[in-house]
Write a new protein. Structure first.
Lengths: 437, 231
């Protein structure tokens, strides 16, 4: 029997004992979300009351020591008959030093507290939603919990309507890699809002990752990858548009890459035995009723992105040559001299670069954080190319474009296998030739 | 004439006596040294063969040490270890050869060398460590500067590397006792100069901020709108 005292503070355990049992739990991790959390809490309560009126339920808030009155807002949020449990998850100095690209610092700690509370309450299903959501509706609760309760799914990933320029790291790396590696098409593997079965919650709690960087910064992709690789039933739920509170304009993009991409690469080592056997991918069911919605236009400075790519080629090509094939580095140099209107990042080249990065990460050719941060100019180049390509495209055409990229990741998987196994024996440019096209 | 012949004969006799006394020692010394060279070559080949089968280079690559060692001119750890063994055998052979020549001289020299060796080892460690740290920090600065769209990224990285290496060299020279006062004084001057330059640059850049702050402190607060008489 696991010792709950190690995770939850005594006052939280008392409250859990008071509540006794809850079949459904909605968890809301928070940190300085006073502006938006009231709406999220009301939406959660309304969703539970409307769609699961005869089921015992609770809303859990795990806060990381907010200083803007978030906990007061939560305490005064009207929840009707729904039980409220408030927990403070531990926030270490490291959580405050490096903020996640999205979401709250110490999100892994928050999830651990929520999951542990849900397990103690005997919850059959648990939904977790971000505290800074502005577009959450009561229907989200039904869409995240319904497939678990009614159809026996273990993991419900979100499916959002997003602007074609939004979520580029998901579109360029995380989605196609998850699909190619593990054979499962989850469109938003790092969505942030999930539904889970009690069984999956218990499995997550058994894992020994909660004190690591994976849990600190990559909890979303970790949860998706673990659910996929350990054979749990997965589906997606259409939630419409996802609108957050305004992002911090000073947030560092390279931090985002290190957190997300670093976690993806780390998980490749954990689940090597899984992805090395997967040959093709299959779709996952999508719940809910897909509908169109107007999205606010997004301004993108393509010239600046291409400029960052060119600067990267000028200063970092030598570093890239430690991990990439010399022919690919030469191609990147040639791309840097193209005029902006002719700038295009070939899919196969991008796929090879990402796979080479993964192999170099695995073999620790250079410091891992240096390796990922140094790839930011390459990512900027891909985004600039993508934006120019789809500038005049509608949603269907953009989907087709991204489908082509995802297929390229699947088709080049043999290159990844070859490089992964034989990397130390034959560094880039030497030994076995790469299957270039 | 007889006297000159006698002197020359005596001189030649002394020379011959000394030569025949020293010659065996010299020949023994050369033989020991030659054996040392041959032994060193044999041990090097054996070490190369034995260490290659242990995948030492692959392990170093996995730890990310390869590029740092390449900077020091080391392309292979296996070759480095084998060369180190050869150098150790040659050194030992040289000392034995000296003992064969003159035990007292060799003893003095050996004592000085062995007393100095720890300083040399520490200095090499400091230089090696400094090289690795310089490379790591300059790479960190380069990547951060490129991602922050700073044009002088390579210049900043270069300054970082040179700065760290200067510190490492100063520490190494201090350990070796080479021009200790000169090195310390030069380091203090350079470091002090850099600090002064940075302070002046920061001061010039922030003069508006400081001026505004001082003015806020010295300006009396606006008259209160409150109408209450407290007495």
């Amino acid at each position: 029997m696991r010792q709950a005292e190690e995770i939850l503070p005594p006052e939280a355990l008392e409250r859990v004992a008071e509540i006794g049992r809850a079949d459904l739990v909605v968890g809301v991790p928070s940190y300085n979300n006073a502006r938006t959390i009231a709406h999220v809490m009301r939406a959660a309560q309304a969703g539970l009351a409307k769609y699961f009126p005869n089921v015992r339920s609770a809303v859990l808030n795990s806060d990381g020591g907010s200083r803007d009155g978030t906990q007061d807002v939560v305490r005064h949020a009207a929840l009707g008959d729904v039980q409220l449990l408030m927990v403070s998850h531990p926030m270490f100095p490291i959580h405050r030093l490096t903020f996640p690209y999205r979401g709250i610092p110490g999100k892994g700690s928050a999830f651990r507290c929520i999951f542990r509370s849900a397990e103690l309450l005997g919850a059959q299903a648990c939904a977790v939603v971000d505290a800074d959501l502005r577009s959450i509706t009561p229907e989200w609760i039904q869409l995240l919990i319904g497939p678990v309760l009614e159809q026996g799914f273990d993991y419900v990933a979100p499916y959002y309507l997003r602007h074609k320029y939004d979520g580029t790291i998901t579109n360029s790396i995380v989605y196609p890699m998850t699909r190619a590696l593990y054979g499962v098409r989850v469109r938003q593997p790092i969505g942030g809002d999930f539904g889970l079965s009690g069984r999956l919650v218990s499995r997550f709690l058994e894992k020994d990752v909660w004190e690591t960087d994976v849990a600190r910064y990559g909890i979303d992709i970790w949860m998706t990858t673990t659910a996929v690789c350990e054979g749990f039933r997965i589906c997606q739920s259409f939630l419409g548009a996802k609108i957050h509170d305004a992002k911090d304009p000073g947030a560092d993009l390279s931090d985002m890459l290190v957190q997300v991409v670093g976690t993806v690469f780390s998980l490749m080592e954990t689940y090597e035995s899984v992805w090395s056997r997967v040959e093709t991918s299959h779709g996952t069911p999508v719940m809910g009723f897909p509908f169109g919605v107007g999205l606010e236009p997004i301004a993108v400075n393509v010239e600046r992105m291409i400029g960052r790519f060119r600067t990267g080629v000028q200063h970092l090509a030598e570093l890239w040559s430690l991990t990439m094939d010399p022919a690919d580095v030469a191609t990147l140099r040639a791309m840097a001299s193209l005029p902006a209107c002719a700038f295009r990042f070939d899919d196969r080249l991008w796929v090879r670069i990402v796979y080479e990065l993964a192999c170099a990460f695995h073999r620790r050719v250079i410091d891992r954080e240096h390796l990922v941060r140094a790839s930011l100019p390459l990512y900027m180049g891909w985004v600039a190319s993508f934006v120019q390509e789809v500038a005049a495209s509608d949603a269907e055409q953009v989907d087709a474009r991204l489908e082509a990229l995802a297929r390229a990741f699947e088709e080049e998987k043999g290159y990844l296998r070859q490089r992964w196994d034989g990397y130390a024996a034959s560094p880039p440019g030497q030994g076995a030739a790469a299957p270039h096209q | 004439m007889h006297t000159i012949q006698t002197v020359l004969g005596q001189a030649w006799q002394q020379f011959s006596d000394q030569t025949f006394t020293i010659l065996p020692h010299v020949l023994a010394s050369l033989l020991v040294f030659a054996i040392g060279i041959v032994l060193g070559l044999i041990v090097t080949r054996l070490a190369n063969w034995a260490l290659r089968t242990s995948n030492l280079d692959r392990g170093a690559a996995r730890l990310g040490l390869t590029s740092s060692l390449r900077v020091l001119g080391v392309s292979s750890i296996v070759r480095l270890v084998a060369t180190g063994l050869q150098a150790a055998i040659l050194l030992l052979a040289s000392i034995l050869a000296l003992y064969s020549l003159d035990a007292r001289l060799a003893s003095d020299l050996a004592e000085r060398v062995f007393l100095y060796l720890p300083h040399l080892a520490v200095a090499l460690v400091i230089l090696g460590g400094g090289t690795v740290v310089a490379r790591f920090l300059s790479r960190s600065v380069l990547i951060a500067a490129v991602n922050s769209e700073i044009r002088a990224a390579r210049l900043l990285a270069g300054f970082t590397r040179v700065g760290v290496m200067i510190v490492a060299c100063a520490m190494a020279f201090e350990h070796l006792g080479i021009s200790r006062e000169t090195v310390l004084t030069a380091f203090a001057i350079v470091f002090g100069g850099v600090t002064l330059a940075v302070s002046i640059a920061a001061g010039l850049a922030m003069q508006d901020v400081v001026r505004r702050w001082v003015s806020e402190q010295l300006t009396p607060p606006a008259a209160d709108q409150e109408r209450i008489d407290h007495w």
